[in-house]
Design a protein around this ligand. Structure first.
Ligand code: ARG
Length: 458
């Protein structure tokens, strides 16, 4: 079998293709973060208190300039990862060595591709989590806006899918908004766990030179380094599964929202109407307007969960230390995030354009929907609740058709249909966006100082 000379020895072509797998394409998404990681590592090496210096300040500057050029190339879609590189890490080293000669061969001192890919994935995850949070906040705002607009529009509240009690469109919409706000909390929690720098952990067991991992972490704008160098590598895969876990919570919320839309837009309900531009037709039935977007969101929730479980399954039996199995988590990770984000982005404008059919919503009320309210009315007149319950149960025919608009006006306590605190939702979604901005600023400031350029923005 034919062989190829690579940066790390001669490798059989078939083996090279098999082992590199999809990294040659997938790693293109990590060229910039890989270069940023290398810039921090080389800066740290140049400050290491050893004589003679491993890398002089002037050499550091040359490396940084080379890295900035690679970033620019990548941004124009011009940077290539060859099969012989295997991945982005060796592609960057090859490119720098071609430009800088022996200096390029020094950059890998005291690090391994294992901590490189770990830091790349964390930087990648940072940016993705922040964008996901912004997109989630936009959907929260759309749902809250929708809820507020239809705050006083009555809607039958259901349990077991059967009519239960008088409720409102505002309550329904903001239930999904609050769920998504809790998901933002999970995303922020994932962000915090992800915000630890593994670079310098090398092959997992420490290096016999005085590297400064705190400095590397600071240079990259991480909140802290991971501590134990072995955990820094064992954390790969675990971090992805934590992030995907948060994504899959988002998808759980979106899937249920989508399911509700499918149900309540059925002609038998006709409570809501999806905007026609978010529906597609049939190739045979001319009249059809199908809720394909909602169906696909529901299906994609399964795929994101499958990605999370896929990563979990890859690592659950993984022995301590780096194992090449981890490479297989990359595709699941990237796909799971991209899928979640695409769902958030399609639903926000759809929610904004959903139409509410107040007449149909009100027509959904039959007298029995007021049974519980009637029992509680009797309680107000002094009857013990269980007696009131039985009285109403035995005299259901006495129930009157009440105006549901008035019925919900009485529900004013915390979180009830007419007790929704709009400031509560806005404050939570604003806090999410503020955290995102703070994190972006922290990263952008660090990277601008590290590379001496300001065109890069997370
Ligand atoms: N592409 C590899 C991955 O994603 C990079 C690390 C390779 N490390 C190694 N020891 N072979 O895992």
């Amino acid at each position: 079998m034919a062989k190829q000379k690579t940066t790390v020895g001669t490798i059989n072509n078939e083996v090279l293709a098999f082992t590199a797998g999809r990294d040659v394409e997938l790693d293109l998404a990590m060229v910039t973060v890989d270069c940023i990681g290398t810039a921090a590592h080389v800066t740290m090496l140049s400050e290491m208190p050893v004589e003679p210096k491993l890398i002089t300040p002037a050499e550091r500057q040359q490396v940084i300039e080379g890295l900035v050029d690679i970033i620019k190339l990548a941004q124009q879609g011009q940077f290539k990862i060859e099969l012989a590189d295997q991945d982005v890490h060796l592609a960057v080293e090859r490119t720098l060595t071609a430009r800088l000669g022996d200096l390029g061969k020094k950059i890998h001192t005291c690090r391994s591709r294992n901590d490189q890919v770990a830091v790349d994935l964390r930087l990648y995850a940072k940016e993705q989590l922040l964008s996901t949070l912004e997109e989630a906040a936009a959907l929260v705002d759309a749902l809250v806006e929708f809820g507020r607009k239809h705050e006083a529009v009555p809607m039958v509240g259901r349990t077991h899918m059967q009519p239960g009690m008088p409720s409102s469109v505002g309550l329904w919409a903001t239930a999904h908004a609050e769920s998504l706000l809790d998901d933002c909390y999970s995303l922020l929690n994932a962000f915090d766990l992800n915000d630890q720098c593994p670079l310098g952990s090398a092959a997992s067991y420490g290096v016999p030179l005085p590297i400064d991992r705190q400095l590397t972490s600071d240079l990259l704008g991480f909140s802290r380094p991971t501590h134990n160098v072995l955990y820094a590598n064992n954390g790969r895969g675990k971090m992805e599964s934590i992030v995907l876990g948060a994504m899959s919570q988002v998808m759980l919320t979106l899937s249920r929202l989508a399911q509700d839309f499918m149900l309540f837009t059925m002609p038998e309900f006709d409570y809501f109407k999806l905007p026609v531009e978010f529906c597609t037709g049939s190739s045979i039935m001319p009249q059809k307007q199908n809720p394909d977007v909602c169906e696909l969101v529901r299906a994609k929730a399964s795929r994101v969960k499958a990605a999370e479980l896929g990563v979990y399954d890859l690592i659950k039996g993984s022995p301590t230390g780096y194992n090449r199995d981890l490479q297989e988590a990359k595709e699941l990770f990237m796909e799971g995030i991209a899928t979640t984000r695409s769902c958030l982005r399609i639903l926000a404008p759809m929610v904004e354009a959903v139409q509410v059919n107040e007449q149909k919503l009100i027509a959904g009320f039959s007298p029995d929907v007021f049974a519980t309210d009637r029992a509680l009315e009797l309680v107000g007149e002094g009857m013990p609740f269980r007696d009131a319950y039985h009285y109403v149960k035995e005299n259901l025919q006495e129930l009157e058709q009440i105006d549901p608009v008035q019925a919900i006006q009485l529900k004013t306590h915390l979180g009830a249909p007419l007790g929704l605190d709009w400031d509560y939702f806005h404050a939570r979604s604003d806090a999410v966006l503020e955290s995102v901005q703070d994190e972006r600023d922290r990263f952008n400031t660090a990277v601008a100082a590290l590379l001496g350029v300001d065109f890069l923005r997370m």
